[in-house]
Design a protein around this ligand. Structure first.
Ligand code: NAD
Length: 267
């Protein structure tokens, strides 16, 4: 039994494959996951920075904690680039096999890698959302990070200046990052359900499968007979429905699978 070959053959036969990704696929780009040892929730208190109310409360009462969180986020995202695993998903799209990526990540790395249909269930850090009219606008990554860096480098850090990182909406309203915080509604779920129902293969990368409602999607896919491949270095999060499990990092396992798909389909 060779799970790499099994996965490659399933992909080569697929008419409509979909990627389902979580924080783990970006770990090799230098972005910590939430739940792995040393991950984000080992270093920061979720109730202080993970919810909209908690964050506002922390900004008011403990601005130094917000400074640590924003500094760490800016430094991480400044150096984060798509790696071989993201690029392998892009290659699968270009080969006509992968139709869509459904991601829980907010880091934009699938789009930066070149995937053209990405459902971002938890939003995108580089998109502004108007608090008044709900209009959304994609911003330049370097502009967002540059403005955030200016605020955190000022000697007398004033967290209220972070509001200027995201420019005002054309309606005059204030905007915020279009990311889904704990307790807020996910985005694009209806389409993600539909695509999970319709696909014949789902490849799961880098998710612990504990964040709902996103975690229902592989189960939804399975109900309609979809084959499931999972790549994860430490756990098989969807073991009860997985056809092929590859115990590997996304950036090592997926490129190996894709090079075997190329040999099968001759592209
Ligand atoms: P999680 O932190 O709960 O689980 C991460 C999973 O990735 C684990 O199963 C781990 O074994 C696996 N993993 C670790 N390194 C890997 C690698 N190199 N290759 C493949 N898999 C690897 O992540 P989750 O399930 O996505 O849920 C956490 C939530 O956190 C999500 O909702 C997501 O929005 C958010 N989040 C996003 C980012 C990001 O945008 N990059 C980063 C941290 C958290």
């Amino acid at each position: 039994m060779d799970p790499y070959q099994d996965a490659a053959e399933l992909l080569a036969r697929s008419k409509m494959a979909v990627g389902f990704t979580g924080a783990g696929i970006s770990a090799e780009s230098g972005i910590d996951t939430f739940r792995d040892p040393g991950g984000v929730w080992d270093r920061f208190d979720m109730s202080e920075v993970g919810t909209a109310d908690g964050l506002l409360n922390t900004i008011t009462r403990h601005p130094e904690k917000v400074l640590g969180f924003i500094k760490s986020t800016v430094e991480t995202f400044e150096s984060a680039l798509p790696h071989a695993g993201h690029l392998a998903l892009r290659d699968l799209e270009q080969m006509g096999i992968l139709k869509c990526v459904i991601t829980q990540n907010i880091d934009d790395l699938h789009s930066q890698a070149g995937n053209t249909d990405v459902i971002e269930l938890h939003g995108n850090l580089y998109r502004a959302r108007c608090i008044s009219c709900d209009k959304k606008e994609k911003l330049e990554r370097d502009g967002v990070l540059g403005r955030a860096r200016q605020v955190i480098e000022q000697e007398d850090f004033n967290p209220l200046k972070l509001a200027g990182v995201f420019p005002k909406c054309s309606c005059g309203g204030l905007t915020r990052p279009d990311v889904v915080m704990f307790g807020e509604a996910v985005q694009g779920m209806e389409r993600a359900y539909h695509i999970s129902d319709a696909c014949d293969l789902m490849i799961i990368l880098g998710t612990s499968g504990v964040v709902y409602p996103a975690a229902v999607l592989p189960h939804e896919a399975r109900k309609s007979g979809t084959k499931i491949i999972e790549i994860n270095p430490t756990e098989n999060s969807f073991s009860e429905i997985t056809d092929v499990f590859i115990q590997a990092k996304a950036g090592e396992g997926l490129p190996e699978v894709v090079s075997r798909v190329r040999k099968i389909v001759g592209k």
